[in-house]
Design a protein around this ligand. Structure first.
Ligand code: 4NP
Length: 164
């Protein structure tokens, strides 16, 4: 039996991008029959929306692709750096915040930017914050999150030695 792999997706508010990434990643795991091998969660660097459900625009965009978003917003905690193998940031600002945090709390976690794994992205590409934009922003975000999550999964399975 192989070891559990744990992944935490992080954005600013934990209501738009990271709950979407969490839902999409869970959906892909489900498609591939890999859900039992993973623990997946999301969190925000900020505390403004703690306790709220995902933004209805993220929920709607996910639903059009058959993906259900669950959970309530929470703020990242020091323990998260010890409880997860991978913490995946949506943008550079989230990543800098996580890097500073990690220097303070320590931990063996791997930090990355989600769109490092996007075939249409690159090392510095970000998932833009759609909060103040229109619904098209959410659809674009959905596509980049889906592309990136698929490649991210292949990457960690390969790293784990169980790649397809
Ligand atoms: P998220 O989007 O980081 O993708 O959840 C945001 C949600 C709320 C705010 C900013 C970004 N806000 O400023 O309240």
């Amino acid at each position: 039996m192989s070891k559990e792999i744990s992944v935490l997706f992080v954005c600013l508010g934990n209501i738009c991008r990271s709950p979407l990434a969490e839902g999409v990643f869970r959906h892909i795991l489900d498609e591939k029959g890999l859900s039992d091998r993973f623990r997946v969660d999301s969190a925000g660097t900020g505390s403004w929306h703690v306790g709220e459900s995902p933004d209805h625009r993220s929920t709607r965009s996910a639903a059009t692709h058959g993906v259900t978003l669950t959970g309530h917003a929470r703020q990242i905690q020091p323990e998260d750096f010890h409880r997860f193998d991978h913490i995946v940031a949506m943008d550079q600002s989230n990543l800098s915040h996580l890097q500073r945090y990690l220097e303070g709390v320590g931990g063996e976690v791997t930090l990355s930017l989600l769109r490092e794994f996007d075939p249409q992205g690159g090392p510095d590409a970000e998932v833009p914050d759609p909060y103040y934009g229109g619904p098209n922003g959410f659809e674009e975000v959905y596509d980049m999150v889906d592309r990136s999550c698929r490649e991210f999964l292949d990457h960690i399975l390969e790293e784990d030695g169980t790649g397809e």
